[in-house]
Design a protein around this ligand. Structure first.
Ligand code: PLP
Length: 434
């Protein structure tokens, strides 16, 4: 895979360099020159394939120049170890449950794949690295779990104080070992800015082999394309032949960009719904043609509280670049907190299904899409997190206690360990150089 920077000032790189650099020096994003289509034979037999089998086939298609078949098999076997079932919710609507991994959110897919591919390269080269990652909640838990006790790798996680749920915070702050959590007195955007700045800082670059684990890393994006194919395979297996619409609850737009990669590889998709909360610069861009990032505002779907989505340019390029092209495949909608709660309650009362606030935003996005686009299709809601990760919101909204998986319940009893820190770069840098 050959990659360029979206700012066009930095040199082209191969997969390995893109993964370890994270961001190109010119502050763009790495993009593959080519995303080759999967062969027709793959789609003819896709209904017979499991998620790991699909992942291996897609990886060989994308990364065949960088890794041997047996290296790819090893990376997939060690990282794609959990299911992504499609649960039927109501007529022509299914929920793609992406929360069956160790941190119970979809970011496990990206984090585990990235850990596996990085450790593959590090073991080969006998190198050590320091991972810096900003999280609005779920990234940190997934990265902490994905990299926990990986030799040669230390992980520093930045999270906004008071803006992640109890369970999310415990996931970030209780592992110990090679994982350190910095509790930043600011917003997610502050955390993200500190990390971006660290990567551009000469002194820090000289002191460490810094690597990123945010959704800006191409190694996070690639594995997220797998489950779009896998969901399609499940639907074909279930006899669904209608066109498919994916509703993607979006913040930084990594997940939706990965879906567009699957689309570029030939997966037949009618549309993607960019389902957003009160942070909706992308739906605004689709409506007006102008992209205006904004400071983030707090919502109950807090993993999507992003005012300046870091993958915006990737999404735009993968969707065809020109606004008319992007509008053909990506449909943007936004949803208020009030509406999100209404949906969580309504779905629960009608079907018994408990969904997290992010999934409810996806539900509302699909409902709005259906009003604008009558016709026959099957809607797939990407369920990005287990509801129990947002327990206070879920229980107060549904007016009832819900079942908490034992794995999450045990976490709440553990002791939090974090290092408090302000939002100024110099303080953060001083800490890193200690
Ligand atoms: C990260 C996250 C999102 C947003 O995904 P992006 O790839 O940043 O758009 C949505 N829901 C949950 C639960 C998340 O953790």
């Amino acid at each position: 895979m050959k990659l360029y920077s979206t700012q066009h000032e930095s040199a082209d790189v191969d997969l390995q360099e893109a993964i370890f650099r994270g961001l190109p020096p010119d502050n763009g994003l790495y993009m593959p020159y080519e995303i080759p289509s999967m062969p027709a034979s793959f789609f003819e037999s896709i209904h017979t394939l499991s998620l790991p089998e699909i992942a291996k086939a897609v990886c060989k298609n994308l990364l065949g120049d960088d890794l041997t078949d047996s290296e790819i098999d090893g990376i997939i076997d060690s990282s794609m170890t959990f299911e992504a079932p499609v649960v039927s919710l109501e007529e022509n609507v299914g929920v793609l449950e992406l929360f069956h991994g160790p941190s119970m959110a979809f970011k496990d897919f990206g984090a585990r794949f990235m850990a596996a591919i990085m450790s593959h390269y590090l073991v080969k080269a006998k190198r050590e690295i320091r991972i810096l990652v900003a999280t609005s909640g779920d990234t940190g838990g997934a990265v902490a779990q994905g990299f926990y006790n990986t030799p040669g790798i230390s992980v520093t996680i930045l999270y906004p104080t008071g803006k992640v749920s109890d369970i999310q915070e415990k996931q970030l702050t209780t592992l110990g070992g090679n994982v350190t959590a910095l509790e930043i007195d600011g917003t997610f955007d502050d955390c993200q800015r500190l990390v971006k700045q660290a990567f551009l800082d000469e002194e820090l670059r000289a002191a460490f082999n810094l690597a990123s684990a945010n959704s800006i890393n191409i190694a996070r994006l690639i594995p997220q394309s797998f489950y779009y194919f896998a969901a399609y395979a499940v639907l074909r297996r279930q006899g669904v032949t209608k066109p498919v619409v994916f509703s993607v609850p979006s913040g930084n737009f990594g997940n939706l960009s990965a879906g567009l990669m699957a689309y570029q590889m030939g997966l037949p998709i009618q549309a993607f719904v960019a389902a957003c909360n009160a942070n909706h610069p992308v739906p605004d861009y689709l409506a007006s043609g102008n992209y205006n990032p904004k400071p983030s505002v707090e919502t109950i779907s807090n993993a999507m509280d992003v005012g300046a989505p870091s993958n915006f340019i990737r999404m735009r390029l993968l969707a065809g670049d020109a606004i008319e092209q992007v509008r053909k495949i990506v449909k943007g909608y936004d949803t208020s907190d009030e509406k999100t709660k209404e949906i969580m309650l309504d779905v629960y009362q009608r079907t018994g299904y408990v969904m997290c606030p992010h999934t409810a935003v996806a539900y509302d996005g699909l409902t709005q899409y259906a009003l604008d686009n009558p016709g026959e299709y099957y809607g797939v809601l990407l369920s990005t997190a287990h509801y129990a990760k947002f327990l206070p919101t879920v229980e107060s909204t549904l007016g009832t206690k819900v079942v908490v998986p034992a794995r999450l319940a045990a976490l709440l009893d553990k002791q939090k360990k974090s290092i408090p820190m302000g939002t100024d770069f110099e303080g953060f840098k001083k800490y890193l150089l200690l």
